[in-house]
Design a protein around this ligand. Sequence first.
Ligand SMILES: C[S@@+](CC[C@H](N)C(=O)[O-])C[C@H]1O[C@@H](n2cnc3c(N)ncnc32)[C@H](O)[C@@H]1O
Length: 259
Amino acid sequence: MPSWDSQQYLRFAQERTQPSIDLTARIAIDPPARIVDLGCGPGNSTAVVAQRWPSSAVTGVDTSAAMLATARKDFPTREWIQHDITAWAAATPPGSWPLVFSNAAFQWVPDHSTLLPRLFDAVAPGGALAFQVPHTLEMPHHRLIHEVANSATWRSRFLQPPVSWHVESAGFYYDALASRAARLDLWFTDYIHVLDGPAGIVEWYRGTGLRPYLDLLPDAAARETYLRDYLTALTPLYPRQADGRVLMPFRRLFVIAYR
Ligand SMILES: C[S@@+](CC[C@H](N)C(=O)[O-])C[C@H]1O[C@@H](n2cnc3c(N)ncnc32)[C@H](O)[C@@H]1O
């Protein structure tokens, strides 16, 4: 489990929260009595669902004490629970939540073929399981994190092989949920993030996808050198626009399964 830094994560709060806004806007259910936000992080996604359904009781679930501390500070009246998503899915009674919501968290959780049916079982009749995962494994900004770590220079310096994200195809999620769901909506959205040069891409991933890699390097000097090599690999692939900024296309997969 990588370490989390809510301040680094929220440096791109608007970009990271927009998918929650887009997902929430498409959930077509009656106002849910209660909502769970799995992998709620610092509470930015939880705030989106709470704003759409102000009379719902909203619970945020996350394993990271650091993320939950920020959520509690910013939204002290909501319920925040430190819990693992897989364990939550196994322990939750069937049909008990009208809305099971998750934005940008399931990529950290293994075994989606077991996880997704369990989470869908937790949904109450008339409710929905709604989630979004980044679909960037083939995009250069994501791929290079792994390629640099696997290069001859770096391979032996990782204390153990870093794990990659758990993200499946749209067809996989269709097969996992279609036979159970009354209706299933799946779609991709390509966001284009405008960042301050290639170093902005490094800053973006320092808050997420780089964390498992940085955690496995032995010291600060190794981490800085690895980040420099990642930046060097990125730079030719992200040419600057006329104003000096770079565009980082970022694909996300959305799924809503209605019960
Ligand atoms: C990228 S953040 C997403 C935060 C927020 N939902 C958002 O929309 O910006 C991913 C969050 O998932 C949490 N997480 C990762 N694996 C988890 C697990 N197995 N169980 C619970 N939370 C997990 C992390 O601690 C982190 O706060």
